[in-house]
Design a protein around this ligand. Structure first.
Ligand code: PAF
Length: 291
């Protein structure tokens, strides 16, 4: 495995791999890798040459968000990548991805307006801008993302379609701790008490899945089940939303939900913002989906 820092080196390495007949698989990350990321790498190994990027992208963080304290663990991340059979880790400095005087951004549409889009202005524009740059440098046949960031996956899917980017996207199910908590780089910020309370997110979503499986189809009642549990444990709640699973447009509480419907949650435990979700009709209840 090689570790590269310069965009030109990355492009040359991927060009060489393609010239040698490889398909390139790509996993973009912000580092602090956990088993969820390793599941993405395992899926990317469907391609014969695998690139992982590690870059804390400043344009997707708001001025009062946690970019400065986002965990940076490059050495450990590289060791995990090497063990997982990655060919290239790309860890650029900020100025290599955002050259002096840069001003171009990817504009995002309605799929990015609700949920995290409503609570993190500019977030998805920043995500799409950096992902588009990385796709251009890597030229992957296949790129793998986690569906814990469900809206992010749908926003990137829309960008790939709208900009005719020649890459197959794969969205992987959320990987969870043995007790059901969704894996996240931010879990390491949680105190013991916050860690225990954070399980309320998975519990709330599990209540919605159980009700759905028992026949409940009213959006408001399903939302209320998740919201009740999340409100009980969280320091504050950004949203508990029932939405169309493809467009991520929120449903009205009076709506009867379709066969596949997203229930998504964002809440703070202390200062740490966590997200989680299930697609009713598709995902098992998080508390049953234990390893
Ligand atoms: O999901 C993430 O870790 C980031 O949003 C991504 C896709 C690497 C872009 O910075």
């Amino acid at each position: 495995m090689i570790v590269l820092h310069e965009p030109s080196e990355l492009r040359a390495a991927c060009d060489r791999a393609r010239a040698n007949g490889h398909r390139v698989g790509f996993v973009p990350t912000m580092g602090a890798l956990h088993d969820g990321h390793l599941a993405l790498v395992a899926a990317a190994r469907r391609a014969s040459f695998v690139v992982v990027s590690i870059f804390g992208n400043p344009t997707q963080f708001g001025p009062r968000e946690d970019l400065a304290r986002y965990p940076r663990t490059l050495e450990a991340d590289c060791a995990r990548c090497a063990d997982a059979g990655v060919d290239v880790v790309f860890a650029p400095p900020g100025e290599a991805m955002y050259v002096a005087g840069e001003e171009t951004r990817v504009h995002v549409g309605e799929v990015a307006t609700a949920l995290c889009g409503a609570h993190r202005p500019g977030h998805f524009e920043g995500v799409c801008t950096v992902v588009a740059k990385l796709f251009t440098l890597v030229g992957p046949s296949l790129a793998v993302f986690g569906r814990k960031d469900y809206q992010q996956f749908r926003v990137i899917e829309r960008m790939v379609r709208d900009l005719c980017l020649p890459v197959e996207l794969v969205g992987l199910s959320t990987v969870r701790e043995a007790d059901g908590l969704a894996l996240s780089s931010r879990n390491r910020y949680l105190s013991q008490d916050e860690r225990a309370r954070a399980l309320g997110l998975a519990r709330g979503l599990s209540l919605a899945v159980a009700a759905f499986e028992a026949g409940e189809r009213n959006a408001g009642r399903l939302r209320g089940l998740a919201l009740g549990e999340v409100t009980r444990v969280a320091t504050s709640v950004d949203y508990v939303t029932v939405a169309d699973a493809d467009t991520v447009v929120p449903l009205d509480d009076r709506d009867t939900i379709p066969a596949r419907t997203l229930v998504a949650v964002a809440a703070r435990l202390g200062a740490t913002r966590l997200i989680d979700n299930v697609v009713l009709g598709e995902d098992p209840a998080p508390l049953e989906a234990r390893a």
